[in-house]
Design a protein around this ligand. Structure first.
Ligand code: GYE
Length: 328
């Protein structure tokens, strides 16, 4: 089935032109290009850890086809070393443009420098790197994960407004060292910090995976006598945790309030069914915007250094209304 891809992106917010480093951006033209003049894009995906990732991969593949871009897609199975060797492979192949979603933030400088020296422009999608030298990539397309964490925390503060008793929160973090795990944790902690009764009593990684969300939640349930709230950095971990909560004889969404991030279909279904209480949206539909940026970079046109994805939040009632037309 073909998806209708409507990418809600507003590029104008940070009007920072990425002109710096653009001199390199047509460097792939000589060696790269398909036989028929097609643009060749090498893309290294994180893996297939979540519903979000599956939707993101589908978006990238469908948008490449629609844009007439030849996609060399590779799945790094959650490993940075695989992504580094993917990128090196793309450099050897002399693709026109390299894009990737960095599994963790650190450790990219050397390989990004190799791409730059080879004259191949790089676009980051979805997740950020911590490289100080921003000339190593042309643009970063994706969400503001800190804002997502803040939205989650603000909902919780409102939910407990005027109530004084201690609220025990457990947190399921995403992949250790990844931009969304770091920023969703910080944004949330900052948003609740003025309310000392809101206490994060346990915080551990579930690697953005459903199975890990379940096992970590099982240990939380064994070690914390009274859990009031679960904040999971993505829907999948929240869904895994729901299984553990039910197995422990408790009602998800009632005995334990649940906040997650992503708003993929399974998450929205659980929200509409009352088993999750609030979801912060993170759109995986980055494909169209990526292909536009690839074309611009290949043509040596200026692109924005930071392209932010536009997204909202969902309550249980809003999830019921949105589900019938939800694309992913
Ligand atoms: O939230 C999670 C996925 O980087 C935004 O990665 C992405 C995150 C997403 O595994 O489900």
């Amino acid at each position: 089935m073909r998806r209708t891809l409507s990418v809600a992106v507003f590029g104008g917010l940070l009007a920072v032109s990425a002109l710096a480093g653009c001199g390199d951006s047509d460097g792939g033209a000589e060696g790269g290009g398909g036989d028929d003049g097609q643009i060749v894009l090498g893309f290294s995906q994180v893996g297939a850890e979540s519903g979000w990732r599956t939707a993101n991969t589908e978006s990238i593949k469908a948008s490449a086809t629609a844009a007439g871009i030849k996609l060399q897609f590779s799945d790094a199975q959650g490993k940075q070393e695989n992504q580094i060797s993917d990128i090196r492979g793309f450099i050897t192949q002399k693709v026109d443009v390299i894009a990737f979603s960095p599994v963790v933030t650190s450790g990219w400088d050397a390989v990004l420098k190799e791409a730059k020296d080879a004259g191949i422009p790089v676009i980051l999608t979805d997740r950020a790197v911590d490289s100080q030298d921003t000339s190593l990539y042309q643009s970063f397309i994706g969400s503001d994960f800190k804002v997502e964490g803040t939205k989650a925390g603000e909902w919780l503060v409102k939910e407990y407004e005027g109530k004084t008793g201690d609220v025990n929160i457990v947190e399921l973090q995403g992949t250790t060292g990844s931009a969304p795990a770091i920023d969703r944790q910080t944004g949330f902690a900052d948003a609740i910090k003025a309310n000392p009764n809101l206490k994060i009593v346990k915080s551990q990684t579930g690697d953005f995976k459903r199975a890990d969300g379940k096992t970590v939640m099982e240990t939380f349930l064994q070690s914390v006598p009274k859990i009031d709230v679960l904040y999971a950095h993505n829907d999948d971990m929240g869904l895994g945790a729901i299984e553990a909560i039910k197995a422990a004889g408790k009602k998800p969404g009632q005995d334990i309030k649940i906040i997650t991030v992503d708003a993929v279909k399974d998450g929205m279904t659980a929200l509409a069914a009352g088993e999750i209480n609030f979801i912060v949206e993170c759109s995986p539909l980055l494909g169209d915007q990526l292909m536009e940026t690839v074309k611009a970079v290949k043509d040596g046109k200026p692109v924005e250094k930071r392209i932010l994805t536009k997204e909202g939040t969902f309550t249980q009632e809003e999830a019921k209304a949105a589900l019938p037309t939800r694309k992913y």
